[in-house]
Design a binder for this molecule. Sequence first.
Ligand code: NAD
Ligand code: UDP
Length: 311
Amino acid sequence: MRVLVTGGAGFIGSHLCERLLKEGHEVICLDNFFTGSKRNIVHLLDHNDFELVRHDVTEPILLEVDRIYNLACPASPIHYQYNPVKTIKTSVMGAINMLGIAKRVRARILQASTSEVYGDPQVHPQTEAYWGNVNTLGIRSCYDEGKRVAETLMMDYHRQNHVDIRIIRIFNTYGPKMAENDGRVVSNFILQALRGEDITVYGEGAQTRSFCYVSDLVEGMIRMMETPGFTGPVNLGNPAETTILEFAKKIITLTGSSSRIVYRPLPADDPKQRQPDITLAKQMLGWEPRVCVDDGLKQTIDYFRSVLTTA
Ligand code: NAD
Ligand code: UDP
């Protein structure tokens, strides 16, 4: 099949492109390189079945494809808050443009939604049936509400135009090729530990997250795309929940670092708890994560070590 991956030069997108090429598909990677990097895909450029298109999803484009994975959107809080108007345009106009292609060429389209649609959740763990607790006015809203509208657009194109859709809600995912400067907790803590700098825990570190290794996520995405008759939304994430303070200590242990933990103010609207209920993914996709957090973190630490030594 010919597969379009928007945001294909980003962290998750580049892993997905690699996996799709290994499965024998033709891959069109579309990216505007806002947070993605050529370094993530440079090894794919000579592949006969790989094509790179520099394009912004907020602008229309027509491509003949069988599948669309719509990942284009900055994902880390500092990146999506850098230009919030652009972030919401990317989610909303990007979804409209990609759904337009799906409608015209009858492609199946998968939307990379997020656990952020649950906001600061009052239901724990989060199931797909929960409608969420999102602030429409806060600094995270450009991302959260953009993603929520993208889900709505997917459902409306499905009901109104019979577009073949899939919606996945991705929970915190990590692994090699995360951007060093994205300010996310995994990259921040590992880089701080490797450099011997203070580890910056926001608030008291009592907030929780559940971290999924990228290869597990990519497996879930592909299963979701290829499972007939199931639109989702479906949660994809690793239910192994940890407080951020425990996570900081784990990184110190795994890196053998002598870094100290320091406390910094908690950003506004930072969700207090987050853990996916993956019952639906298990039932419908036969999917659950395989990589335990320690193993995934070791791979990620090795990656950041190599980045630091080649920098
Ligand atoms: P990333 O920032 O590494 O990748 C996003 C990619 O989209 C980048 O390559 C960027 O250049 C590209 N992009 C941004 N705006 C664009 C635009 N207007 N036009 C074309 N390309 C554009 O982030 P990621 O972690 O790989 O996230 C990929 C997708 O998964 C995003 O949609 C994100 O919202 C979603 N997601 C990720 C996580 C996570 O933990 N990593 C969690 C939930 C959802
Ligand atoms: N965090 C932290 N120190 C950092 C970066 C993040 O304590 O240097 C916290 C952040 O406040 C949040 C959690 O780690 O509670 C996850 O943050 P991230 O930006 O990775 O993703 P989020 O899940 O908040 O979108």
